[in-house]
Structures are given as structure tokens and as C-alpha cells.
Design a protein around this ligand. Structure first.
Ligand SMILES: [Zn+2]
Length: 228
């Protein structure tokens, strides 16, 4: 593995930390800068986010992809952006903090979906369990699309399917669907387009609104991958 010392010309942001100490120093140094440049007094009375966001833990899918998230976005991250991994956190954002949007954000090139498509029987139990809960998506996707292999566009179809599945999982909760029916909550499925498969790389592409996968909703045109 290369390190900052192997190639001093590499920028700080793109180097791989050599070990725990360097990684921690990097983190704390960035935090010191963050603490210097933000005002925390308005945040001390409580939080009032507008969106509960469930997204993949992948470090290339940052909360900051939707701008300043302080007091705006209540975030849950797990591998494969799954309701099954963190149902209580999702209920906390939607039912207690009353965010009007639950954004379920998958992404192109999702390693969790690729792993769930592979033989993961040698993985530790915790990882196996989180990949097992993706199997309904994987089984249905293999029937519809076949195995994606290394085809990033085909793999993205599984991401779209997974987002649809997670939206259905959210709607299956009576308390959450009650808020949707009352017009107080929208469940928005979306894909973070790292690979420019829909358009501009880095864009959040809305693919599903409350289970609707075509037309427009909430003033947004729903987009889907073109049928191959
Ligand atoms: Zn992922």
C-alpha cells in the first residue's frame, strides 16, 4: 500500500493514511477547522432537521452531497442503505423529529450490493446478516436482469431495485405510511450517481416517490435508468 511518504507530491486529500495515528490526526485536524468556521450557539437548543436520510455508508456518498447538513439532515448510514439495519433510527427521524422527507439514497457502484451478489459465506456473522437482508432484492434482480458481473450499469439496476424495495419497507410501517397518507411525509427514493449513468456525476437522482416510479411528484421528474 502506498502512503504519503512514498509520493510527497500527492495532495493531502487523496493519500491513504499510513495507520491509526495518522488517520486520527487527519480527522482531528479537519474537525479543528470545522469547529473554527461554524457557529454552534444556534444548535444548542435542539435539532429541527427537514430530512431523514438513509444512505449507504460508502465514503463516496457523503451527507455533504446535499449541502450544509447541520440541523437540516438527520442521517442514518449503513451498508446498502437498508431499513432492516436501523429501523428505530428511521422511525426516530420520521415519527419523533417529524421530518417531512425520508430520503432513501442508494448509489451507483455499491459494494454492498456487489458483495450480496457474491459468495459471502466466509464473512463474519455481522456482515453476513447485513448482506442476507438484501437477498430479496438480489433474487428478484437476478431473475429480471441476470448477473451484472463487472457491468456498472447493470449493477446500478440492482441499486434502483434496492431503493424501490427500501421504499416499500418504509411504507409497510403503519405509522410511517399514516404520515404519508396524511400528506405530512414523503418517502423519496434516489440514487447518488457517482458514475454519470443518469447524467451529471455527483447528482442525486430521484427514482421513486412514495412508491411512484414514473412521471413526476413533488415538483420533481422521476428518472429511471434507460431500459437496456
Ligand atoms: Zn454502497
Amino acid at each position: 500500500m502506498s502512503s504519503a511518504h512514498d509520493n510527497p507530491s500527492q495532495s493531502h486529500a487523496t493519500t491513504v493514511p499510513a495507520g491509526p495515528s495518522e488517520a486520527l490526526m487527519d480527522l482531528l485536524s479537519c474537525n479543528a477547522q470545522f469547529a473554527r468556521t461554524h457557529d454552534f450557539a444556534p444548535l444548542q437548543a435542539g435539532q429541527h432537521p427537514k430530512t431523514t436520510m438513509l444512505c449507504c455508508s460508502d465514503s463516496r456518498v457523503p451527507e455533504s452531497s446535499c449541502g450544509e447538513t447541520l440541523n437540516r439532515v438527520f442521517t442514518i448510514k449503513d451498508i446498502g442503505n437498508q431499513i432492516a439495519t436501523a429501523p428505530g433510527s428511521i422511525m426516530y427521524g420520521t415519527l419523533h423529529l417529524h421530518t417531512p422527507v425520508l430520503l432513501i439514497l442508494g448509489h451507483t457502484g455499491c459494494g454492498a450490493i456487489a458483495a450480496a451478489l457474491s459468495d459471502y459465506s466466509a464473512e463474519p456473522q455481522g456482515i453476513r446478516e447485513e448482506l442476507d437482508s438484501l437477498q430479496p432484492v438480489i433474487r428478484a434482480g437476478l431473475q429480471k436482469h441476470g448477473a451484472p458481473g463487472n457491468d456498472i450499469a447493470k449493477l446500478a439496476r440492482f441499486t434502483e431495485d434496492n431503493v424501490d424495495y427500501q421504499v416499500r419497507q418504509a411504507l409497510a410501517d403503519a405509522n410511517i405510511s399514516g404520515r404519508v397518507t396524511a400528506g405530512k411525509l414523503a418517502i423519496v427514493g434516489a440514487v447518488y450517481d457517482l458514475h454519470a449513468l443518469y447524467g451529471k456525476a455527483g447528482s442525486i437522482v430521484v427514482t421513486n416517490v412514495n412508491g411512484q416510479v414514473e412521471g413526476s411528484a413533488l415538483g420533481i421528474t422521476i428518472q429511471r435508468l434507460p431500459i437496456a
